[in-house]
Design a protein around this ligand. Structure first.
Ligand SMILES: *[C@@H]1O[C@H](CO)[C@@H](O)[C@H](O)[C@H]1NC(C)=O
Ligand SMILES: *[C@@H]1O[C@H](CO)[C@@H](O)[C@H](O)[C@H]1NC(C)=O
Ligand SMILES: *[C@@H]1O[C@H](CO)[C@@H](O)[C@H](O)[C@H]1NC(C)=O
Ligand SMILES: *[C@@H]1O[C@H](CO)[C@@H](O)[C@H](O)[C@H]1NC(C)=O
Ligand SMILES: *[C@@H]1O[C@H](CO)[C@@H](O)[C@H](O)[C@H]1NC(C)=O
Ligand SMILES: *[C@@H]1O[C@H](CO)[C@@H](O)[C@H](O)[C@H]1NC(C)=O
Ligand SMILES: *[C@@H]1O[C@H](CO)[C@@H](O)[C@H](O)[C@H]1NC(C)=O
Length: 702
């Protein structure tokens, strides 16, 4: 049997697993041993094994068992390991390296390894040595970690090396491209073709120094009737080499090539400035090698043609086209402005300015716009007011409108009327600094006054429209009163809005204002949106009327007229002077000696404000015999000094109005009292001036 056959047979059987996918890395491995193993080997033999793995791998051989007859220098029996004729190791003797196989491992420099097992005939007697056993596996070579060859040749990859099983690949940093040689990274120079009529070019990394090994190509190409002009910036530097013939562009250069002419090579530290190429096509080649330093260059190019002309642009009615030239060439601009009072309109849209260029195709970039008379939008209506056109054509530039509030029920806070003019920006403008116009209701100024102050009281009938703020409240069968203080707000007493300590439902409150017909509860009706009792009002058993004040918010705003008007709130720090005359209104004011009856028309009495101490004494006297609430500083008293005629009460919750400086203000709210027919007993009223902050806060927040 020849050696060759044995070897082939052995390798075919002992190569197991072949290419295995292990951790995505292919592994090849196998086992080698003497054919008779583990039996004793025979003398006078020679066997050879050729191991190989794929390119890019090395072989790691591990002796797992060694039992070869020992001899000096292994000159008799031996196992020899070779790579390309080079002996890597020769083994004989006995050992058992299964416990530490790596110590015995041999790494081949390449992807092949030869094993030769040779026995001598020097031991004719049968011996008991068992030979050897070895395993091997393929180990990937990390090409990337190989040291620099140091012989001046380039490293494997010029930028980034990535090891792969059995091989490696090169990649580049961003901005670079891998050259066809798969090893060199070249700077990618960006855009190459420029076909616009003007543009900008610069060297890579400009204004920083240019990267090495550049080979950038730029082509400027426009229609043949144009010529390209290059305008280099001041900042220009391409390395040049001083020779005996002067500076030369030997290693770095920028070459400008135009058809049919010698190329120009540019380098040095001085900007070439403006370069008229006289050509519609220009090619630029920028070259650097791996040495030297060029700071780079930048240029603007433009194109010019004497042939391209645009037609005369024409005229714009009510406007002007500038400049006026005899001929308009490529790259000439025109502008359009409108006469005063007119504005630019293009495609139906307002534009702020207009300019257009004569283009390379001999056409204007844009069609001419129109000049249109400026007009303002329809002026906005004013709630509780109106407007009049004072001058000019309706809503057109220069027109004037005047706003007014519906007098005498509303007024502007600043007084007078406010004029607006339609301005050149198409907006109505006034010199009134408050841009949001609002009409404020006039308070406390009824159109008709009750003619005389009647000292002898008894409940007189009020003529219509004399107490226009009085409100009739009808709550669960009970009559009450209140007063209008703003277009959505009614002020009244807290105690009429509570029943057994609970707030009544807003739906149980019927509200009538204006010319009220009591019997049918007709009049202008309003509906409550919410009810706000003073938070400190707490009167569970009818003996504590402190803070007897409440607000009702209406669902809809009232439009005031002569029959419904608000009363003014007290001024900040208003004082309640003794003997000040108050007007108390209501529908149930008792007429002379009759019992309380509902009257058809609103009734009123004139009462005098009583000194707090006098009233306090009166109340304290009565409290000795009766369970009565106490008088607090949030209350004041009013009545007639002599007593008589139970006319001191209006409907509960009704106003006690005081006229001062031509206006009525809400001084009190009818709260409680003791039979005031008698001398020295008075009606008690909530002192409204103590609640301005609460009223203001509630009206703002609710
Ligand atoms: C046997 O192995 C040991 C350690 O593994 C080593 O020191 C010794 O030289 C080996 N002997 C022979 C004969 O190879
Ligand atoms: C080698 O080691 C194995 C197991 O560890 C043992 O069975 C064998 O006898 C050893 N051989 C020699 C020659 O020491
Ligand atoms: C060239 O460019 C410079 C600056 O960018 C500018 O001032 C100059 O007018 C240009 N020259 C021409 C002929 O366009
Ligand atoms: C372009 O033409 C002008 C005048 O005809 C000439 O002065 C200039 O040298 C020409 N430029 C080139 C690059 O040929
Ligand atoms: C305000 O305008 C109204 C209505 O146009 C007019 O009746 C009134 O006189 C004007 N008042 C003033 C102060 O101009
Ligand atoms: C006042 O306004 C009310 C409600 O808006 C309306 O019912 C009444 O007729 C008006 N009165 C006058 C005199 O305009
Ligand atoms: C109500 O509040 C407004 C705004 O905070 C303030 O201008 C006004 O003076 C206050 N009125 C009263 C009576 O406190």
């Amino acid at each position: 049997m020849g050696w060759t056959y044995t070897v082939i047979w052995f390798l075919c059987l002992s190569v197991r697993g072949s290419w295995q996918q292990l951790n995505s890395e292919p592994v090849i491995h196998g086992e080698v041993h003497f054919p008779q193993y583990p039996g004793p080997y025979l003398p006078n033999q020679k066997k050879e094994w050729d191991l190989w793995v794929p390119e890019g791998y090395q072989i790691q051989l591990s002796l797992t068992h060694l039992d070869i007859k020992a001899s000096s220098g292994c000159s008799q029996d031996s196992l020899t390991v070779l790579h390309d004729q080079e002996v890597l190791g020769s083994f004989c003797g006995q050992n058992n390296s299964t416990d530490h196989p790596d110590k015995e491992s041999i790494l081949s420099p390449g992807n092949r390894l030869t094993l030769i097992f040779q026995t001598s005939d020097s031991t004719p007697e049968l011996q008991q040595h068992t030979g050897f056993s070895a395993t091997y596996k393929a180990i990937d070579i990390d090409e990337c970690s190989k040291p620099d060859p140091g012989d001046g040749s380039y490293p494997l990859c010029s930028q980034i090396c990535i090891n792969t099983p059995g091989s490696y690949t090169c990649t580049c940093h961003s901005g670079y491209k891998l050259h066809l040689d798969q090893h060199t990274c070249l700077f990618s120079c960006g855009d190459c073709i420029f076909d616009k009529h003007e543009g900008h070019l610069s060297s890579p990394w400009y204004p920083g120094p240019s990267p090495p090994i550049l080979s950038c190509k730029y082509i400027i190409s426009v229609e043949p009737k144009f010529t390209v002009t290059l305008n280099f910036s001041e900042n220009f530097h391409i390395e040049s080499v001083d020779t005996q013939q002067g500076p030369r562009c030997l290693h770095h250069w920028l070459q400008v090539t135009t058809p049919g002419r010698e190329p120009i090579k540019l380098c040095g530290g001085k900007s070439p400035g403006v370069l008229a190429t006289n050509s519609s096509t220009v090619r630029l080649d920028y070259h650097t090698d791996n040495e030297g330093l060029s700071h780079g260059w930048s240029l603007d190019y433009s194109t010019y043609s004497e042939e391209v002309k645009c037609p005369f642009p024409g005229n714009v009615a009510k406007g002007r086209v500038t400049p006026t030239l005899t001929e308009y060439f490529y790259r000439d601009y025109i502008h359009v402005t409108c006469k005063r009072g007119y504005r630019l309109i293009m495609d139906g849209q307002k534009i702020r300015w207009f300019s257009a260029m004569c283009q390379s195709d001999g056409q204007w970039q844009l069609p001419l716009p129109e000049c249109q008379l400026i007009d303002c939008e329809e002026p906005k209506p004013l709630l509780n007011g109106g407007l009049t056109f004072l001058s000019g054509v309706k809503n057109q530039y220069g027109s004037v409108v005047q706003y007014h509030c519906n007098e005498p029920f509303y007024f502007f806070p600043g007084g007078g009327n406010v004029s607006f003019t339609c301005k050149a920006d198409g907006k109505w403008r006034s010199n009134h600094n408050d841009a949001t116009l609002t009409c404020i209701p006039v308070c406390g100024k009824p159109r008709k006054l009750i003619p005389t102050y009647q000292r002898t009281v008894g409940g007189s009938e009020g003529p219509d429209n004399t107490i226009p703020w009085h409100v009739l409240l009808y709550i669960n069968g009970q009559i009450g009163g209140g007063m209008v203080i703003a277009d959505r707000w009614i002020l009244t007493a807290a105690h009429i809005l509570t029943h057994d300590g609970n707030l009544v439902s807003k739906d149980d409150v019927q509200i009538s204002m204006g010319l009220i017909d009591v019997h049918t509860l007709l009049g202008s009706h309003a509906y409550a949106a919410s009810i706000h009792i003073h938070p400190e009002y707490n009167n569970p058993n009818g003996l504590d009327y402190n803070n007897d004040i409440a607000l009702i918010k209406l669902q809809d705003a009232i439009t005031f007229n002569s029959s419904i008007m608000p009363i003014c709130l007290p001024a900040e720090g208003a004082t309640y002077v003794t003997d000040m005359i108050g007007l108390v209104s209501g529908f149930t004011i008792r007429d002379t000696d009759n019992y309380r009856i509902l009257t058809d028309n609103i009734k009123y009495v004139h009462l005098l404000v009583v000194e707090q101490e006098t009233c306090s004494t009166s109340v304290n006297e009565l409290r000795k015999t009766k369970d009565l609430p106490s008088l607090t500083n949030n209350m004041f008293c009013a009545g007639v000094p002599d007593g008589g005629k139970d006319s001191c009460h209006g409907d509960r919750g009704s106003p006690l109005s005081v006229r001062d400086g031509g206006r009525f203000w809400a001084a009190g709210i009818v709260s409680w009292g003791v039979d005031c027919r008698h001398r020295g007993t008075y009606g008690i009223y909530t002192r409204v001036a103590n609640y301005l902050d609460w009223i203001n806060k509630t009206m703002q927040e609710k």
